[in-house]
Design a protein around this ligand. Sequence first.
Ligand code: G16
Length: 541
Amino acid sequence: MDFAAIARLSTEHPKPIGLELQYGTAGFRSKAEQLDHIMYRMGLLAVLRSKQTKSTIGVMVTASHNPEEDNGVKLVDPLGEMLAVAWEEYATCLANAEEQDITAVLQDISQKERISLMQEAFVAIGRDTRPSSETLSQAVIDGVTAFGAQYHDYGLVTTPQLHYIVCCRNTREQYGTSTVKGYYQKLTKAFAELCKQASSYGDTPRGVKVDGANGIGALKLKEIENYLQKECLIELFNDGTKGKLNCACGADFVKVQQKPPQGMEMNPNEKCCSFDGDADRIVYYYIDSAGQFHLLDGDKIATLISTFLKELLIKVGLNLKMAVIQTAYANGSSTRYLEETMKVPVYCTKTGVKHLHHKAQEFDIGVYFEANGHGTVLFSKTAEEKIRQLAKGEVDAEKKKAAKMLENTIDLINQTVGDAISDMLVIEAILAVKSFTVQQWDTVYTDLPNRQLKVKVADRRVIDTTDAERCAVTPPGLQEKIDELVKKHSLSRAFVRPSGTEDVIRVYAEANTQENADALAHEVSLAVFHLAGGIGEEPTP
Ligand code: G16
């Protein structure tokens, strides 16, 4: 192993003096100009992980929902999951090592993980449309080649497309063909099959308006349109030709601001959706005839999908264990509806799809969605086999039809990670099959009014949480204060947590009315500001 080459090239990717970055909710995120050394080093780490797992590892250059000026990197594990949590510590250690210590850190990780450095390695690289992404992905390539490993630069891809490709490569293409074209073909074939079950199939095609957040999702949606027949008409806005990435648009903006994105022409009752900056999140919405905005977020998506799956499971007579996984941000009404009306067990994990994904793997069918629209469905090997067997078996026509629909859903959903394009097609197919309008979907349950805010503090690490982030253990007195504020309102709940993608504390509150949710969120923000070292202006209502 030529460690001298690694050390030599690392001088071309110097670490800014004193800069310390942590591996956060979904990798490293910061201002793009601070990330060159991180990219080089994550190229190195991906090679080590590839040697250890004897598999292709993915590196995606993106800061997803963050502003265009930021950038970041997400590492993709062999089956398309997020990097194993145990390796996050290595990532942070390598990212913050002084230049002269880099090779020692690499050797240390190799020893701890018993990695044979002679093992071959392969890294799949992708990037989003940020102006900084091309140079930063070159730094990743430098890291990979300095380590003497092979790579394929997939260029501009959505994050879920890279996850899919990594999974395909490592399953010898059992999961699908390991190209973007293969991804389009797999998804659109399953979508067309599923749509055939809609009674209105062949009538006026259904349509959806999409806000592409001026990002990679818009670009890729234009490509997949060439593979879609007449089943779904897509009208694309914020396609990146003029607006700025995630600026007053995109899934995060729509979810947090609870209003439509700019740059989209919306007529009353039209079904619309927004992707985020790397197309791994999606939220739906519409404006009613009275001009009121209605958001159908990750919770509503999880409910729609799990209801659909449960109905099909009953039809095929398969007794498979299904659960829905949420985070503390899940609206109280959604949890109640799932548990009490649908009788589906619900679990709560910490924020970050890696946590939800992990929990979902414990079930035959694990539906996981963060309220922000990041999620997917996992089918266990056994569940998949049973379903596929029924779909091709000698069973009665109704059963067979239901089994085929389940099989199509398995093929349509990107099981590796939340995927805006795949989720959109799943939702569109379900709505078509059930002859459901977006309004009918919306009225399944009513969200409790809620509000999300951000508070700037000097050091967000002062807040530590427990109980899936629903309770703050530090700083002293903060949780007691939150409990006291929550008691002032009816049907209320609030929590705070440090963001793992932005330098802020996030505040969430819900209550019986929007005024109360807003008031509670503001009061909790003030508590954070005063007890956790707020900086800048005191939060105003
Ligand atoms: C990432 C993660 C999500 C998480 C979000 C916000 O999304 O993948 O799981 O919900 O960040 O995390 P935090 O509240 O810690 O900032 P994305 O779409 O930005 O990659």
